[in-house]
Every structure is written in structure tokens, then in C-alpha cells.
Design a protein around this ligand. Structure first.
Ligand code: AMP
Ligand code: GLY
Length: 421
């Protein structure tokens, strides 16, 4: 008995998922496509591209895989869930149509408008002149967004008219994001603290995860360009129970319910990114997957067997599972390559991992190893160092005392994760 599981993806998020699944007594064997050096400790990694859907389907059939977990958005956008489901396999991750909540910002806005889900006002444009005219008429600040997936780079939060015009030109005229920028959204700029909500869903039943907060700008005090995320803490003590309930019911559950009513049921993980504005919580964006690095901080808090949850999602019986979390506070700090999020060099030897405390987790993203198991940098975000404690302060101290034992040439990280609450 036991379940054969495949994870698709290669980041710290998938490392954390593999680490957690490996603790399950229900697991028979774990594979990862393509996986990474950290995942290699828990799964057989297979060198197939995560968008090569035909080859992945064949692999699932050959290895009699019972359940496939999709980590990143790119294979979801390419329709991996549709293809696996069509062939009779169970998947955790939304269909291409449902993943549009993330892959098309205009689709997400339409769902929000129709269902009274609070978000920034926006207008969609394909013509740069019309977009500029519209921005000129407004007397408020705007955010310019490419409609499609642009690896987190398609969003410009503008401080003035000039920045908005430059962003419009970059997307619609210079086509900096290709087809992802055929359409843009000109969105009202919101102000407030940000938080990430995450939920498991089988399309009908919803189990909410704890709230967490990512730090997107590269430098301390939220300065510098945005990245994929430089660190996370959970829980945000500044979020009241009332606001959390409001987000869970009036944003996450409402979105999932409306997707089911529209006959594009949403299954897998839904992660709304939110801003707590003067008028209450409003959606910044929906993501059709676990956040990275949020997952690295959330999964160490999960007390329930993750495979039991995924298995229940696969069978559409999530209501039967009691999902429990511990009350620990957790902090995760990303160690990045010199130059990231712009260009950076790879292949730098990573030192000090042998000195990490046993109660601290290291999740790997951009890491490669040689034949002697020496580790080298292989990406922008390299490692996530995760520590827990009874308070955010305690977790942060433990995380940074371990960060200080790790080094590689050019390594940089934020020193204020969890302290700029
Ligand atoms: P996204 O790639 O959609 O997550 O956006 C990246 C970041 O841009 C978000 O985390 C916010 O900090 C910021 N952002 C996006 N939309 C808005 C908005 N309407 N108002 C203010 N900030 C925004
Ligand atoms: N933490 C940002 C993201 O996963 O999109």
C-alpha cells in the first residue's frame, strides 16, 4: 500500500513540499520533475522540463503515479492539470481555465467585479495612446500591470505620471514581456500593509492556512526593485481575527464558489495576495499555487499529514480532513546571489551548511552539487533559512544566527525580515 507521488517544480517551495511529504506514512515513493539538489534528498529527481506535458503524462503512466502535485504557475498555464485529468490521473493544481485567476489579471478582475470581491479599480488597454490619455485624466497614482505572466516583473508601482508613461511604453510598444503584455491594466494604487492568504480547496471545500507576509523589495526597509520574495514571517500579529475571517469568507471562499458556479471549478491551492487598506482588505492579485517563499515558512507549521490533505483534494473529499497548524511563529530568510534580481553569476561554492542548528530548516532553490556533493549557487534566490519560536522575535534571532554561519561569494540578504511588521 501507499501512494506514489510526483512533484513538478524546482524551487524552495517544492523542496519544502517534498520535505513535508517525506514525513508521511502514506507515501510509497516520491519523484520530482525536474527537482533540485535539496529535493534530491527526498525524491528521485527526473530530468524532464516542467512544461513538457506529454512526457510528464507518459512518466505518470509508466511509474503508476497516484497523485501529481504542481508547484509553479507555468505548467498550470500550459494546461498540465487538464491533460493529466483527461487521461484519468489525479492532480493537485487548477485547470488552465481556473488558473486564469493568476495567469490573466483581467480575468481575475472580472471575477472580482462580478462577485463583489474588494480590489483596486482598474481599466484594461491594448492601445498605448488610449492608456496614456486615461492616466493623464486621473488625479491619483496608478500601477501599470502586464495582463499575463511576467515572472513577477510585469508590475510597476508608479510615483508619478512619467513612470506610468514609461511603463505603458515598455509593455505595449517595446513589448518587453511579449504576449504577456498584449494587454495592460491601469490600476488604482492602493496603500497599506500586505499579507498572503493561502487555502487548500477541492473545488467546494476550503481549508485556510495561516496568514504570512512576504518581503518583495530586495533591500532592507522595502527599498529597491521587487524580487520573487526575500523572506517571510508568519503569523502577522497585526491582523485581527475579524479581518482574517473577512478575507477568508469574502475573498478566498467567494472566489472559489464563483469559479464553481461558472463551471470552471478551482482545485488545489489558492493564494490571494492582499493589501490592508483604509477601507479594509483588498486583493492585489490571485495566485494559483503556493507562494515561494511563503511555503517554506507555512509547511513547518502544518501538523496534519500533507499527503492526507493532497490525497483528499485529489478525491474531492477535503471536508473529511481536519487540517491543524501549530502556534509557532516562523521566519524565513532568503539568501540571494550578488546582483539578484538583476543579472548575477552562478557557480559560487556554498559554505557553512554543516553548522546549521538541527531545529532550523534549509530549503534550496538555486543550488547545484558536484560529484563529491559540494554545493554551488545556481540561481538568483539560493537558499531559504527557516526558524521557528514562540514569537517572531525569537524565530528571527534563531534564523539570523544561522544565516551568519552560511556564506558564498556575493551572498546578500535582507536583515529585517519579520522586524518591519
Ligand atoms: P504582483 O506581481 O501583482 O504581486 O505585484 C507586485 C507588488 O506590486 C505587490 O506585492 C504590491 O506591493 C505592488 N502592487 C501591485 N498592485 C498594486 C496596487 N494596486 N497598489 C499598490 N501596490 C500594488
Ligand atoms: N511570494 C510571492 C509569490 O510566490 O508569488
Amino acid at each position: 500500500m501507499g501512494i506514489n507521488v510526483l512533484i513538478v517544480g524546482s524551487g524552495g517551495r517544492e523542496h519544502a513540499i517534498a520535505w513535508k511529504l517525506a514525513q508521511s506514512s502514506k507515501l510509497k515513493k516520491l519523484w520530482a520533475i525536474p527537482g533540485n539538489t535539496g529535493i534530491d534528498n527526498y525524491a528521485e529527481t527526473v530530468d524532464i522540463q516542467e512544461t513538457d506535458i506529454d512526457t510528464i503524462c507518459k512518466f505518470v503512466e509508466d511509474k503508476a503515479i497516484d497523485l501529481t502535485i504542481i508547484g509553479p504557475e507555468i505548467p498550470l498555464a500550459a494546461g498540465i492539470t487538464d491533460m493529466l485529468t483527461y487521461q484519468g490521473f489525479r492532480v493537485v493544481g487548477p485547470t488552465k481555465a481556473a488558473a486564469q485567476l493568476e495567469t490573466s489579471k483581467s480575468f481575475a478582475k472580472k471575477i472580482m467585479r462580478e462577485n463583489n470581491i474588494p480590489t483596486a479599480h482598474s481599466e484594461t488597454f491594448t492601445d498605448a495612446t488610449l492608456a496614456k490619455e486615461y492616466v493623464n485624466q486621473l488625479d491619483s497614482l496608478v500601477v501599470i500591470k502586464a495582463d499575463g505572466l511576467a515572472a513577477g516583473k510585469g508590475v510597476t508601482v508608479c510615483d508619478n505620471l512619467e513612470e506610468a508613461e514609461t511603463a505603458i511604453k515598455k509593455i505595449l510598444i517595446e513589448k518587453a514581456y511579449g504576449d504577456a503584455g498584449k494587454k495592460i491594466l491601469v490600476e488604482e494604487r492602493m496603500f497599506g500593509r500586505e499579507t498572503s492568504a493561502h487555502a487548500f480547496t477541492d473545488g467546494i471545500n476550503v481549508k485556510h492556512m495561516p496568514f504570512s507576509c512576504d518581503h518583495k523589495p530586495v533591500y532592507d526597509n522595502n527599498l529597491g526593485p521587487n524580487t520573487g520574495g526575500m523572506g517571510v514571517y508568519s503569523p502577522p500579529t497585526w491582523l485581527t481575527e475579524e479581518i482574517k475571517k473577512d478575507i477568508e469568507q469574502n475573498i478566498t471562499e467567494r472566489a472559489i464558489k464563483s469559479m464553481a458556479q461558472n463551471e470552471t471549478p478551482y482545485t488545489g491551492i489558492l493564494y490571494p495576495g492582499l493589501m490592508l487598506t483604509e477601507t479594509g482588505p483588498r486583493v492585489v492579485e490571485f495566485n494559483a499555487r503556493f507562494g515561494d517563499p511563503e511555503t517554506e515558512v507555512l509547511l513547518p507549521k502544518l501538523e496534519t499529514d500533507l499527503l492526507e490533505i493532497f490525497d483528499a483534494i485529489g478525491d474531492k473529499r477535503l471536508s473529511e480532513v481536519k487540517v491543524e497548524w501549530n502556534d509557532n511563529a516562523s521566519v524565513g530568510v532568503i539568501l540571494a546571489s550578488g546582483g539578484y534580481p538583476d543579472s548575477y553569476e552562478i557557480g559560487k561554492p556554498i559554505h557553512g551548511l554543516e553548522n546549521i542548528d538541527s531545529n532550523v530548516q534549509i530549503f534550496m532553490s538555486g543550488v547545484m552539487s558536484d560529484d563529491n556533493d559540494n554545493l554551488y549557487t545556481a540561481g538568483g534566490r539560493v537558499l531559504c533559512v527557516v526558524a521557528s519560536g514562540t514569537s517572531i522575535d525569537e524565530a528571527r534571532e534563531l534564523a539570523y544566527s544561522n544565516v551568519n554561519r552560511i556564506s558564498f561569494e556575493g551572498m546578500h540578504y535582507r536583515t529585517d525580515i519579520g522586524s518591519v511588521l
